[in-house]
Design a protein around this ligand. Structure first.
Ligand code: ZN
Length: 123
């Protein structure tokens, strides 16, 4: 019950923010998620599931190759990491998504258009 209430609230809030943003955002066909960097995640240097990096974990889970930073206002193709993020209007779940090193350290909230992959349970 609480979960479904939260997810409805997240969707509505996200849409409202979408309309407040730059008009070009409205033409975006891809699904975007409003996220923030999860704090205190530096101790998880790599997954417990055997991959050598969080970026590799994301690629294995999605079947995609990470080619650019997921932040829609960045999209850098520089050095990428698997960033730990949380949904701004979601719960406390932590997700992995490709970010450049700069975006992996930002403290504001930002949109990503890349897939979010839940970290393995136990982390
Ligand atoms: Zn970036």
């Amino acid at each position: 019950m609480v979960d479904s209430f939260l997810s409805i609230g997240t969707t509505r809030r996200s849409k409202a923010l979408l309309y407040c943003s730059d008009n070009s955002v409205l033409n975006y066909n891809r699904s975007m998620t409003y996220v923030k960097n999860a704090s205190g995640t530096s101790r998880w240097s790599k997954p417990s599931t055997g991959e050598s990096s969080w970026l590799e974990y994301w690629e294995k889970q999605t079947g995609k190759k990470a080619t650019r930073c997921g932040a829609t206002d960045c999209h850098s193709t520089g050095e990428l990491v698997g960033g730990h993020v949380q949904k701004v209007f979601g719960g406390n779940e932590i997700y992995i998504t490709p970010l450049c090193k700069g975006c992996n350290n930002r403290t504001d909230n930002f949109w990503v258009d890349t897939e979010l992959v839940r970290v393995p349970s136990g982390l």
